[in-house]
Each structure stands twice: as C-alpha cells, then as structure tokens.
Design a protein around this ligand. Structure first.
Ligand code: NBP
Length: 482
C-alpha cells in the first residue's frame, strides 16, 4: 500500500505534524537524515499507527502514491536545498515538494521556479503554532505552484486548526513565496504584540507600582474583553506563576530577549517595499537593546532619569492603559497589513486579507478575537487602502487616542520606555496630518544634492530645482529617485 503523504524531518515539528496527519486518517511515510531518530519515533509515538519509516531517500519516495506529496520539516536554509537535491533523482513529473519550515520567502520564490523548471511542483507553506499547533491543529499558509494545491488541500484542511464556525485555518495564499511571506508578517506582528504587552506590564510595575498579583488580575480581566487573545491569556498565566519559593517566577527571569530572525526579515521587507512598519521595527530593536544587559546596568548607574511622582487616579490610568494597548495593536496590524498590501500590489500576488486574518484566528500565536474585526473590514471592503480607515477601526481609534496619548505622556514623564506605544501614536498622527514637514526635507535634498522638489502651487509630477546659494548650476541629480 502506498502512503498519502511523505514527511522528511522528524524534529519537534515534523513528528507532531505526522501524528496530526495520521489522526485525521492519512497514512504517512517518514524519513529523517539521522536514521536513529526514525527508529526511535517508530518504536515510540508512531507505534501502531499508519506510519512507515525509511532509511534511504529512494525507498521513502517509492512508498508514496502518485503524484507524490513530500513535506519537508527541516531546519530552514541550506538543508532545504540540500535535501531537494537528494530528492530530485527519484521524483517524477507532477510530484509535489512542500517546505513547511520557516524559510525566507525569497528562497521559496527561487525554489518554486527551480522545481517548476523540472516539471515538478513546489509549495512553500508557513506553519504556525509551535509543537502543540503541529499536533492539534496549526494555522497553515501555503503558496507557490497553484497546480499542486488541489492534491494537498484535503490533507492541509484536515490537519489545520478549526475556528468556532468550523472553518479550517488554512487557505491558499498565492504564487511564489506568498505563503512564507504571509507567515513572516505573522511572526513580525507577533513580535509587535509581545512587545506591546511587555510595555503595558512595565507600566503597571514601574509607574503604577502594582504587585505581581495585581498585574496578574489585570491580564485576566483584559483577556475577558476586547484584548482577548492567546498572548494575553499566557501572560495572565505567566504573571501568576510562582517559583518553588512562592515568589513570582517572572521577577527572577533575566531581561535579555532572544530572537531567531523572522522579525528582522519583516522589517527588511518593509524597508524594501518602502512602507512604515514602526511598531514591529521598534519591537525588534527593543529586543536588541534588552540584550545589552551589561551596558544598561552600567548606564543605569551613571545616568539618572527624571524624578516623577505618579499622582493620577490609578483605576483611571489602568483603564487608559488597556485602551492604549488596544489602540496600539490596531496601529500595529494596520502597518502589518499595509506591508501585505504593498507586497501583493508590487508582486501581483492578489493576497486575500480577509482570509489571512481568518486563518490566523486559530492555531497560531497571534490568535485573538480582534482578528474577526479585520476579516469583517476586508470582507466589507476588499479594496480598503489602509485598515485604519475602516469605520470600526476609525471609530475605535478616534475614541481611544486620548488614552494612548495619556499613557505615552505619563511613561515619558516617568522615564519608562514604551517604544511601540509611542510609535503607535506617532504613526497615527503622521497618517492624519495633511501637511508634514517633508517640504523642508525636500528643500534640504535639493539644496545639497539638486534632487528637485514638487510645488504645492503646480501640478504633481512637475519638478523644480532652485539655485539656493547662487553658486550652483542648473544641473539636477538623476542618481537618486525623487
Ligand atoms: P529544526 O529546525 O531543529 O530542524 C531539525 C531537522 O532538520 C532534523 O530533522 C534534522 O535532521 C534536519 N536536517 C538538518 Br538540521 N540538516 C539537514 C540536511 N542537510 N538534510 C536533511 N535534514 C537535515 O526542527 P523543528 O524545530 O522541528 O523545525 C522544523 C522547521 O519548522 C524549521 O524550519 C522551523 O523554523 C519551523 N518551525 C518551527 C517551530 C517550532 O516551534 N519549533 C514553529 C514553526 C515553524 P537530523 O535529525 O539528522 O539532524
């Protein structure tokens, strides 16, 4: 009997995805570079299930029904290319290779073209939700060779997380590296959400001087309202978790954050597409600054901040804090979806933003009630140019902006860094300002580099250069884009 799916890579994600597939009735052939791990899996969690393991790539490929569907759950980067080369001699036209790892979308675009040039299909798929998601239902974001999707869809739809209405958290994203691009932006948004929550925690702890138990109660309360989300839920649990000595464990954890790189990729993409992504960027930089622990400790001894005594009504400030967090989250998602919109427009991917928000509703780290609002916004108006202009978000942010301003002002006065909240209000104010000081910027560029400027009293597209010093000539620059 031939198997429905092949999975190569039996580390934490691969193993759990295989068990998920089998639990949904699909038979799976497995391969791992180090065969001992395959044997261990077969003798352990895979025992008694419709799973066969193979030592040779050729035998693994031969065990699959046609067209073959081979999912790679490998460490992203060169291992994926190396394993594709090992597979190629054994594949037949029409076979499908799926990369379910966290690959860079540029690599996926390259691999789609490469495999298609050999008469094969390649799908690059984001899989979100970590170990538990892989086993019980992740959010899946596939893209690449569209012709392969009908063969893969039944399996992916079955293994993905399901939301309240029973729909599956999986949908076809688009051509080339679209699936991995969407997953990358998901991870970037995750960075932003986490940093925003950390800033609210810092504010409660250092400005409002709340105890661990009080902070824990606030997160529980927030999780029952509009902020309800997986990340707020786990933050409630974390803030309430006590170490063996009965003290909050959180207070004992070193404040130096790690990162694996998808946040940086998202910021890179935003710079390349030329769209503002200030909240996610600030969240990446906040991790960088946190990692300079020794420097911060040394600086804290040499630089004293402003002395500030908090004298507002605490309950009112807490209410403001929850609203500010929600407002900043709206701004972060507006920017994240702005990046998706820019990539889709420039690369012709035709991304479906309502669907993207829908499939993030279950299985993944950023799952939240809030995502329904985004699905509603883009369902009502698929051509929405900026998420903030949707009537719900617009009404919400106009109402919330006072809270956001008060929280950021208080944090600044108290010397507590809130880079993402500050970035949120700056983006909001920039977006709603019809005339920014970029007139001066254009003048400066023209002054030192003859880059030219447009005038408010002339049609757009007409360019002018001024001889600002009386010493320059009439030659203008063509080196830099206007
Ligand atoms: P890892 O990212 O730790 O990768 C380990 C797997 O890659 C092992 O099966 C290993 O085989 C195999 N491998 C390596 Br390393 N080099 C290889 C090569 N040259 N040829 C063939 N196989 C090779 O596993 P993971 O944490 O399960 O993650 C898998 C993918 O899913 C990654 O891309 C990851 O970024 C992504 N992801 C992970 C999570 C998570 O929570 N862990 C969540 C979402 C996505 P070996 O046993 O012989 O060393």
């Amino acid at each position: 009997m031939k198997h429905t799916m092949g999975v190569a890579g039996l580390a934490v994600m691969g193993e759990n995805l295989v068990l998920n597939m089998v639990s949904k009735g699909f038979s799976v052939a497995v391969y791992n570079r180090t065969y001992a791990k395959t044997e261990q899996f077969l003798a352990g969690r895979a025992q008694g299930k419709e799973i066969s393991g193979f030592q040779q790539v050729e035998d693994f490929v031969d065990a699959l029904e046609s067209p073959r569907k081979i999912m790679l759950m490998l460490k992203a980067g060169p291992p994926v290319d190396q394993f594709i080369e090992q597979l190629l001699p054994h594949l037949s036209p029409g076979d499908i290779v799926i990369d379910g790892g966290n690959s860079n979308y540029h690599d996926t675009t390259r691999r789609v073209a490469y495999l298609e040039s050999k008469g094969l299909h390649f799908i690059g798929s984001g899989v979100s939700g970590g170990e538990e998601g892989a086993l019980k239902g992740p959010s899946i974001m596939p893209g690449g060779s569209a012709g392969a999707w009908p063969y893969v869809e039944p399996v992916f739809t079955a293994i993905a997380a399901k939301v309240d209405d029973g729909s599956s958290c999986c949908a076809w994203m688009g051509p080339e590296g679209a699936g991995h691009f969407v997953k990358m932006v998901h991870n970037g948004i995750e960075y932003g959400d986490m940093q925003l929550i950390c800033e609210a925690y810092h504010f409660m702890k250092s400005v409002l001087e709340m105890s661990a138990a009080e902070i824990h109660s606030v997160f529980i309360e927030w999780n029952n309202g509009e902020l309800s989300s997986y990340l707020i839920e786990i933050t409630a649990e974390i803030t309430g978790f006590l170490d063996e000595d009965g003290e909050p464990l959180l207070d004992k954890i070193l404040d130096a954050a790690g990162q694996k790189g998808t946040g940086k990729w998202t910021v890179d993409a935003a710079l390349n597409f030329g769209v503002p992504l200030s909240l996610i960027s600030e969240s990446v930089f906040a991790r960088c600054l946190s990692s300079f622990k020794d420097l911060r400790v040394a600086a804290s001894k040499q630089i004293s901040g402003h002395v500030y005594s908090f004298d507002h009504e605490k309950e009112t400030m807490l209410k403001d804090l929850g609203r500010a967090l929600y407002g900043a989250k709206i701004m972060s998602y507006t920017q994240g979806f702005g990046l998706l919109q820019a990539s889709s427009n420039e690369l012709g991917w035709n991304l479906n933003y309502a669907e993207i928000a829908r499939i993030w509703r279950g299985g993944c780290i950023i799952r939240s009630a809030f995502l329904d609002r985004i699905t509603d916004a883009f369902t009502k108006n698929p051509g929405l140019t900026n998420m903030l202009l949707d009537p719900y978000f617009l009404g919400m942010i106009v109402d919330i902006q006072g809270s956001l301003r008060r929280v950021v002002r208080t944090a600044v006065m108290a010397g507590i860094p809130m880079p993402c909240h500050s970035g949120a209000i700056s983006y909001f104010d920039g977006l709603r300002t019809a005339r920014l000081p970029a007139n001066l910027l254009q003048a400066q560029r023209d002054y030192f580099g003859a880059h030219m400027y447009e005038r408010v009293d002339k049609p757009r597209g007409e360019w002018f250069h001024t001889n600002w010093t009386g010493e320059g000539g009439d030659t203008t620059s063509t080196t830099y884009s206007k």
